[in-house]
Design a protein around this ligand. Structure first.
Ligand code: FAD
Length: 500
């Protein structure tokens, strides 16, 4: 069966994710290469039996940081030599900016890139990145550029876009409709900055409407083919379509850097944004960080907090007395973990994501582009990144093709079934990529990274909320009324630590 028809037949309109639908015969073949699945979804179930465990360790600290994603480690970096303890559920740090390790080669398993920073971005993150030797100021362009220049993606190899069986240069070709869109957005250039907490007050009203309403109000072409291109870009960065994200988020996407006026560096290391996590983590004291520890209960005690955590490896309970908390884990579980602490994030809408790394020894010379966008998916497949375009693209003779799926929130519970269907999921990904590059791929190994609450979609009224102070309980993370971006996550961690 022709590939695109097959995908439509199996996934279109069905209320189950693609790996549970009826399948093509090639899905039935088992794979002869290893496939690893990482998912933290099961960890919630670990706490079922935890109350039967004796408390075997007690600790005391000034500040407990929950979660070792970019926000949590940025908070730890800001606390520096102060007394803190960071607990992270996963066996690594970085959260959605972490990496997989295959035979000593690190490959990004989530966030993959960032772009150079204009000088008017928030000084806190810029200062940290300068100190970490990630960026340096360029007076001639009044902006910050990346120091590890080997990780810059050459302009000519950044992206190609696959639609209706063919490649073209970019998601949005230059047409009358796209020219009109850029004209309407021009007044916002230089005004949409990061972190979004610094957004000028006079344009904050754009957070109160959907991007779709804004586009309609501005008489932007309503043709479904054109709107589909915009929706792809919104899904790719924000996990929601133009009907779901705010006008501010949508406009920010196109105007937060001077794309129309000058060349903007695109930085993507083979280990993805774990590059940034590594730089921060290298400066932290390892004895203050406990991996594979699930924080499962927090309650107020005196002027501070009493925290219970599960050491997953030792199967032991750890009790921590702390003066302050920086909660940098995803907020959906907060009402269960800290039921008596007010959670201002009840309205957060989380998009689930799944990332599939495929390692192959085949020379992908004829792939040629870093980002390969796929516009016709019904299953959530958005395209793939080809490591051969990144520095060290030849990873000890291996090449990594990383496929991305942004899934429907209603499919979240089915993510628990990924382990049982890992062959089918990898075959689906292989099938998409082979269809795009028009040749089969022989994998050496594959990884599937499942993220049920991967990113909080910037829906209207999400940004600029002022939350009531709750003593020494602070929140950090990209899901605290911020755009799902590296700069926002790191800024949130710095801000939380500075506010203690
Ligand atoms: C697929 C994908 C691609 C992305 N690509 C990009 C990109 O290219 N560029 C970009 O700028 N941004 C990208 N993002 C956005 C990215 O999420 C942010 O840049 C940033 O990494 C978010 O960091 P965070 O610390 O806020 O949250 P997270 O990364 O989600 O970290 C939260 C951490 O808390 C831990 N945790 C949660 N609960 C507990 C608990 N109870 N006990 C202990 N630990 C706990 C989790 O295990 C996790 O490690 C992407 C996101 C996704 C999902």
């Amino acid at each position: 069966m022709e590939r695109r028809k097959f995908i439509k037949n199996t996934a279109l309109g069905l209320s189950v994710p693609f790996w549970l639908t009826s399948c093509h015969s090639d899905f039935l073949n088992g794979n002869d290469f290893p496939i690893s699945v990482s998912s933290l979804a099961q960890s919630g179930h670990l706490i079922k039996n935890v109350l039967n465990l004796r408390i075997s360790k007690k600790r005391q600290t000034e500040t407990l940081i929950v979660g070792g994603g970019l926000a949590g480690i940025a908070a730890a970096h800001t606390l520096n030599y102060n007394d803190y303890l960071l607990l992270e559920l996963d066996d690594r740090y970085g959260g959605s900016s972490s990496a997989n390790d295959y035979q000593g080669v690190a490959v990004g398993r989530g966030a993959h890139y960032d772009l150079a920073y204009p000088a008017n971005y928030g000084e806190e993150v810029l200062k940290m990145f300068e100190q970490l030797k990630i960026i340096e100021y360029q007076a001639w362009s009044d902006s910050w550029s990346f120091k590890d220049r080997q990780h810059l993606i050459p302009a000519a190899r950044r992206q190609q876009c696959f639609q209706n069986g063919d490649f073209r240069k970019s998601v949005m070709p230059i047409t009358e409709a796209s020219k009109k869109l850029m004209e309407v957005l021009r007044p916002f250039e230089g005004r949409m900055i990061l972190p979004t907490r610094l957004t000028p007050v006079d344009i904050q009203y754009l957070d109160k409407m959907t991007f779709n309403s804004f586009l309609n109000d501005q008489n932007i072409d309503k043709h479904p083919d054109f709107r589909k291109l915009i929706d792809y870009q919104m899904l790719d960065d924000y996990g929601g379509t133009s009907q779901q994200v705010s006008a501010l988020a949508g406009i920010h996407y196109y105007t937060c850097r001077p794309y129309q006026k000058q060349y903007v560096e695109l930085f993507s290391a083979p280990e993805g944004n774990q590059y940034f996590a590594n730089k921060i983590h290298q400066q932290l004291s390892s004895h203050k960080i406990l991996n594979q520890h699930l924080v499962y209960h927090i309650e107020k005690k005196g002027a501070g907090y009493l925290v219970n955590a599960l050491d997953i490896i030792q199967n032991q309970r750890l009790e921590i007395q702390t003066d302050a908390i920086i909660y940098a884990g995803q907020k959906h579980s907060l009402p269960y973990i800290a039921p008596k602490i007010y959670s201002p994030f009840n309205e957060n809408v989380y998009a689930p994501w799944m990332v599939v790394n495929i390692l192959t020894k085949q020379k992908p010379n004829n792939f040629g582009f870093w980002q390969n966008e796929y516009l016709d998916s019904e299953s959530g497949f958005l395209g793939f990144i080809d490591s051969s375009v990144q520095y060290q693209g030849n990873l000890k003779g291996l090449h990594c093709l990383t496929g991305y799926y942004c899934l429907k929130p209603e499919h979240r519970s089915q993510l628990l079934t990924v382990e049982d269907h890992k062959d089918r999921i990898v075959n689906e990904t292989l099938s998409y990529i082979s269809f795009m590059i028009k040749k089969p791929i022989r994998p050496e190994a594959a990884f599937i990274n499942v993220m049920g609450h991967a990113m909080s979609v910037p829906t209207p009224h999400y940004l600029f909320n002022t939350y009531p102070e709750i003593g020494n309980f602070k929140f950090a993370g990209a899901d605290t009324g911020r755009l799902p971006l590296l700069f926002e996550a790191i800024d949130s961690g710095i801000m939380a630590a500075q506010s203690l």
